[in-house]
Design a protein around this ligand. Structure first.
Ligand code: SF4
Length: 406
């Protein structure tokens, strides 16, 4: 049995768009982007806010969200007004709890179904329920169309499409054994989310994640089942629990548990004959000018948890050169696709180094440690933003960097 973390003694303090964090380089705002899905207009609005109120760039997070840094004192009010006008703040009281990951390229190529309608319905369901404002800012939902790319990313509640119009409910990253029809999947995910809060209240404390509760997944299943959740279409515990592999994803309930890689950069021919480009954003910092370029290419882009951007619905791949010229990376073999970094200096007062500058120098100079393996650079042992899965840690010590697997 996996050891449970010590009980939380305080509520989480995850930043939001309105509840900003005081960083060393000014206020930091985190804007939730359910499913990573952004219309061109919304991306333009974010780019303008970064340019006019922040440090000129958008930071992509490991949950497909966006951060603005370096906000001046008093800029928070204007930022909130701009986000609301752009439709990026549908419910101010829920702004920190709309953490929803969706399969990259869903509805375009691969997967058993298009989970974008799930994204919209789940987000609307969260925002419509005042009780769900009590969710922690770290609570995460994963909506996986069956390709297995986000099911393994540690969601508290997750939907994983299976063949034959069936969906698995995952809880704390493991298969709950519950199956539901796709049309009823979102109400079940919302029921599981409410059950998390009910179980947390029953156990006391301020758990931030479902996995922190005593026997959390099983008790959530019991709560859903005991309320007579009418959408459940069968409980098949013979298939699970079967944990998805972090960072890669695993199909639950299918034979073989085939592993699939997270979306890699480059171009994809989609089912409708159009092309989707996947571009890595080096170290997750998307300059406002780069964001404007992306917004001009497609009506909707998708941010991924791997600090990349999907630009879909293109007639061909001729835009690839423009993205590359702008500093985005489409080469699947590029070292940029294997390197992530925390904010480091000067943005974080805890940092012992300017890790982004050091990591960038190592990429450009071809001197990445560990033979250039997938790695995360951090300014201290907290290792913020570390991707899940097998990653080499490159941690500042004050006198250099400690390199090692953990
Ligand atoms: S890992 Fe440490 S240095 Fe980096 S952002 Fe987090 S707290 Fe700051």
């Amino acid at each position: 049995m996996t050891a449970r973390p010590a009980a939380r003694v305080r509520a989480d303090a995850c930043p939001g768009a309105l509840q900003t964090h005081a960083a060393a380089d000014g206020a930091l705002a985190r804007v939730r982007v359910p499913g990573g899905l952004l219309t061109g207009d919304r991306l333009r609005a974010l780019a303008a806010a970064a340019r006019e109120l922040g440090d000129g760039a958008l930071e992509l997070t490991s949950r497909g969200n966006v951060q603005l840094r370096g906000l001046a004192d008093g800029a928070g009010t204007e930022l909130g007004e701009r986000l609301a006008a752009a439709g990026l703040l549908p419910s101010a009281p829920h702004e920190r709890v709309r953490n929803v990951l969706a399969s990259a390229l869903t509805g375009r190529v691969g997967g058993h179904l298009d989970v974008r309608p799930w994204v919209r319905a789940l987000d609307a369901g969260i925002c419509a329920d005042p009780a769900l404002t009590a969710l922690p800012g770290r609570y995460l939902a994963t909506l996986d169309d069956g390709r297995g790319d986000v099911a393994g990313l540690g969601g508290d509640v997750g939907l994983l499409a299976l063949p034959a119009a069936e969906v698995a409910l995952t809880l704390a990253g493991t298969d709950s054994g519950l199956r539901v029809h796709p049309d009823h999947a979102v109400p079940v995910a919302l029921a599981a989310t409410r059950a998390f809060l009910d179980e947390r209240a029953a156990q006391g404390g301020t758990a931030w994640r479902l996995g922190e509760l005593d026997d959390g997944p099983r008790r959530v299943v019991e709560r859903i089942s005991s309320t007579g959740e009418r959408h459940l279409v069968g409980v098949d515990r013979s298939r699970g629990p079967e944990a998805p592999r972090p960072g890669h994803g695993q199909r639950l309930g299918t034979t073989g548990g085939r592993h699939v890689a997270a979306v890699s950069p480059g171009g994809r021919r989609c089912d409708d004959g159009l092309v989707a480009l996947v571009a890595v954003v080096p170290l997750g910092r998307l300059a406002a000018e780069q964001a404007d370029l992306l917004a001009g290419l497609a009506d909707e882009v998708q941010l991924t948890p791997w600090r990349s951007v999907v630009v879909p619905d293109l007639p061909d791949d001729s835009a690839a050169a423009r993205l590359t010229d702008a500093g985005l990376v489409l080469d699947p073999g590029s070292a940029w696709s294997r390197v992530t970094a925390c904010a480091g200096r000067p943005g974080c007062a805890k940092s012992l180094a300017d890790v982004r500058a050091d990591a960038a120098r190592a990429v450009v100079g071809g001197t990445l440690p560990a033979g250039g393996a997938r790695q995360h650079w951090a300014g201290c042992e907290r290792r913020c933003g570390r991707p899940r899965g097998e990653v080499v840690d490159v941690v500042a010590t004050g006198t250099g960097y400690r390199v090692g697997w953990s």
